[in-house]
Every structure is written in C-alpha cells, then in structure tokens.
Design a protein around this ligand. Structure first.
Ligand code: BJ8
Length: 427
C-alpha cells in the first residue's frame, strides 16, 4: 500500500451490497474511536504508522485488494475462529480474512434472530451481516465456521442461510480419538478448498503456506518478547492492534512491516525508551478475544497509568505463541503437524483446559506482571465459568486478579475505570 491514493470506494461498496448510509456511520464511529484511543497516545513507535495507515484504509484499500483479487478469479474465505487453519486456505491459493466483529451494530435486527443474551461477539457477527456494513464479509466466497461454543455454532446455522458456509467439527477434548477426528476435519477442509478454488493443495503449496504463516507468527512473537522490558517499548493497545490486523492484512506485507516494528522495539528496549513510564504497573489480560474495534479494556488500563504487557487470548498469545512444525516432507506429515498445532490452542470450549492456566502463569512470570485481569464477555458461559479455575491458580502464585465481565457498549466504562484504577493502586 502507498500513502498517496485516496479514491472514492463508494461504487465498490455499492457493488458489494453495503447499506451506504449505515456504513458511513460505522466508518465515522470507528474513525472517531481510533483517533481518541490511538492517536492521542504519546511516545509511540514510528512503526505504528503502518497500522495507522491500515486502519485509515480499513474498508478502502484492503477491500480493493480483495475485490481485485476476486475479479481476477481468486477466492476469499472468511473465518471466525483461531481453529480454522489459514495455511490450508492459502495453500489452495485463496485469501483468508478473520471476520470476528468487535462493535455493537444493528442489535435491533440481531435480537429478532438471536437470543438477547448472546455474547457481544456473536451479536456483532450477526449485526454486521444483517446491517450490511462489513465489506470483508460481503467479499467472502465462503465462510468457515467451527463447533466451538453453542452460541457460535447455532449462529452459523443462521449465517449459513445468507452466505455459503462450511462448518468444521471441533472436538471438545484432546484424546487420541479427538485428534483423529480433528485431523479428518482438516483433510475435509482441503477438499472444500480445492473445490472452491479449483486448485490442488500439495506438499509444495502447503509447505510454502506453513512457512509464510509461521513467519507472520514469528514477527508477532518478536513484538510480544519486547514487551517483557520495563519500560515496555510499545503500549498494550498498539500491540493488540498488531494482532487484530494480522487476521486480515496481506500476509507477506504484514510480516515485513511487523518485523520492521520489532526491529524498532528492540532498539527502544536497548535504549530504555518506553511507550509507558518505567515502573508503570504491568498487567496481563486473559480471556475472550478482542476483535476489531474492541480496544475498551486496554484503553481503560492504560489511561489509568498501567500498561498491558501481554494478552492470553485469541487476539494475543494463542494466535502466535506456537508454530506449525516445518519438518514435514509429505502432505500427510504436514497435515499431522497442522492438526497438532491447532488442537493445542487452549480455548475454554475444551475440557479439561489446564493448558490455558499454564500459559497465563507462564506469561505473568515471563512478562513480570504485577497483576492479571480476567476478561470475559457477558453471557460467555465457557470463559466465565473457567474464570474460577484461572483466578484461583493466579492467586495461588500471590498475584492479584481482577475479574471483569463486560460487552462492547460504553455504558460501563466509568464503572470499569474506577475498578481498574483501584486494582492498579493496590498492585
Ligand atoms: S478459539 S475463544 S475465537 S471460540 S466469547 S463466541 S466462546 S460465547 S470467541 Fe473464540 Fe475460537 Fe475459542 Fe478463540 Fe462463544 Fe464466548 Fe462468545 Fe466466543
């Protein structure tokens, strides 16, 4: 992307069937929120300029790229969960975009088809469809869902009436027979992608995709590692944004830009340059994912003088912490490696899910956290219930925990700010 072009995208949005007046309102609201949340920060790394630009063109240039790709015969696939292997999508020559939505939209329409007490993420996913405001969703030739939580899998049945949908069956335990089932689902997905694109997934294309996506994860790992320094060279908000954008940006370009950002962060660590003050209270957040443009909790923590140094969540360490083994030589070996890596993600939909607790404790220690915030969206039964075990394990290590249950509205910001300020004071 270059910073010169500012074309009018309205013809493209119209072609996609977007509701233009509502879409204008959404873009205006997100632009305002971004300005207030991000552009008011001081001591930001220069490398964040790339993500500022990406956000300024979030429904513009990137959509144009997807649009042109499809016009030349390419296929775009939308996903909603970390368990869907993006390597398979890329190996088939398609482009994947992560679609989970992080803003309240068209809830009046949503509540006609979903229970009012669905979590904000599911309501947002449905609202973006029913409100016709998400160009990524409308560019998708296929959606790939998964049987994670009950709310999502039932919502996919409704989404599937509006757009082509393939659902992967994700087991909820990690026994040998579950691993076999999951592997067979990945094999099925290869077939689905081959039929969609007309391309064959072979050892060569899959290997290239595995390395490409691993490279993206390696770049994010470098950014995450730099956050162990005090002062942290990057705010939690900026680091969160990097992971959020990782789900939809062009993979090689994003990797290159994030490596440039990581280079800068490593220089800042060497020179003691911080985005936050040295000695600022350091917080690890664990819980449900924070999809774009959900920056609410990070903003609250950092406005209160703390700094978020890590996220044990799908828009955080669960996305980039582990890589797919690159040792496989045959297609079968690579499928084994993919099945293993993806089933090792620790979502609260699984039972038992002790690996998540291990990850939270390890991150808190490695990142020298002063406290942990356990964050769940309202009505997310799995994460809200698992909070008990997570919080207990963290307290056993003598680290304080603050449990927060919220949604995407701004209504509770003042109340949450008071609680977070008190928590930071007590650390
Ligand atoms: S791997 S966390 S992205 S399922 S918040 S919709 S769990 S009721 S988002 Fe998730 Fe995949 Fe798991 Fe990650 Fe349901 Fe909870 Fe809502 Fe959730």
């Amino acid at each position: 992307m270059t910073e010169t072009a500012a074309p009018d995208y309205r013809a493209m949005w119209t072609e996609l069937g977007l509701d233009l007046p509502n879409h204008d309102r959404l873009l205006e609201a997100v632009g305002q929120l971004y300005g207030d949340t991000y552009l008011t920060q001081v001591n930001r790394p220069e490398g964040m300029g790339y993500l500022d630009f990406v956000m300024s063109e979030v429904h513009g240039l990137r959509i144009k790229e997807l649009h042109d790709f499809r016009a030349s015969g390419g296929k775009v696939v939308g996903t909603y969960c970390l368990y869907v292997p993006e390597e398979i999508i890329r190996a088939a020559g398609a482009w994947g975009v992560g679609l989970c939505a992080g803003a309240e939209w068209a809830y009046d329409k949503v509540e006609q088809v979903l229970p009012r007490n669905s979590c904000a993420l599911i309501k947002s996913m449905m609202g973006f469809k029913l409100g016709s405001v998400c160009p990524y969703l409308e560019e998708a030739d296929l959606l790939i869902g998964e049987t994670t939580c009950d709310g999502k899998k039932k919502a996919y049945e409704i989404m599937g009436q509006m757009q082509p949908m393939h659902v992967m069956e994700l087991p909820q335990m990690k026994r040998e027979k579950d691993r076999e089932l999951w592997r067979s689902e990945i094999v099925d997905l290869i077939g689905v992608m081959e039929r969609l694109t007309g391309n064959t997934v072979d050892a060569e294309s899959l290997k290239a995709a595995i390395v490409e996506v691993n490279d993206k994860r390696r770049a994010l790992q470098r950014i995450a590692a730099a956050r162990a320094a005090d002062p942290s060279p990057i705010s939690g908000k900026d680091a969160l944004l990097a992971t959020q954008v990782a789900f939809y940006d062009d993979v090689p370009r994003f990797t290159q830009m994030m490596n440039t950002l990581a280079d800068e962060l490593e220089e800042r660590v060497a020179s003691g340059t911080g985005a936050a003050a040295k000695g600022a209270k350091r917080v690890v957040i664990t819980g449900t994912p924070m999809a774009l443009p959900n920056w609410k909790l990070h903003d609250i923590v950092e406005r209160a003088g703390g700094v978020v140094v890590g996220e044990e969540m799908c828009t955080g360490s669960r996305y980039y912490d582990t890589l797919v083994s690159e040792d496989g030589a045959t297609l079968d070996e690579m499928i084994d490696a993919l099945a293993e890596k993806y089933l090792d993600i620790n979502c609260a939909c699984f039972t038992p899910n002790a690996g998540r607790i291990d990850d939270v404790l390890r991150m808190a220690q490695d990142l020298d956290a002063d406290g942990v915030i356990d964050y769940s969206l309202n009505f997310c039964t799995t994460y809200q219930t698992e909070a008990h075990a997570v919080d207990q394990a963290v307290r056993d290590t003598k680290l304080p925990v603050l449990r927060i249950e919220t949604d995407y509205s701004a209504e509770d910001v003042a109340q949450l700010s008071t609680r977070v300020e008190a928590f930071l004071e007590m650390l």
